[in-house]
Design a protein around this ligand. Structure first.
Ligand SMILES: [Zn+2]
Length: 88
């Protein structure tokens, strides 16, 4: 499954804006996870877990409660690093 199918178009757009405005700070990462802070209306903690490039779970502590723009922003950022093997 393509990573962006987890998100609505509107959330992807908002996430891309966050990524472009340098709202994402990666705290730790490997080929199996990325952990980041995303500065939105508050500072949110994001963690995304991967197995062989596929997303297996995503977590963000914002009130949105679903696959949110902070997660999308973190994924855009991870592509920019080009150190992950997320399937696109
Ligand atoms: Zn969020």
């Amino acid at each position: 499954m393509k990573w962006n199918q987890y998100f609505s178009t509107r959330i992807l757009d908002r996430g891309y804006d966050y990524y472009q405005s340098n709202a994402v700070r990666v705290l730790d990462s490997s080929s199996e996870f990325i952990e980041a802070n995303v500065m939105g209306s508050s500072l949110y903690n994001v963690r995304i877990n991967f197995i062989e490039g596929e997303i297996v779970s995503m977590y963000c502590n914002c009130p949105y409660g679903d696959n949110c723009k902070h997660l999308a922003a973190t994924l855009y950022y991870s592509f920019s690093l080009k150190v992950y093997t997320i399937k696109v």
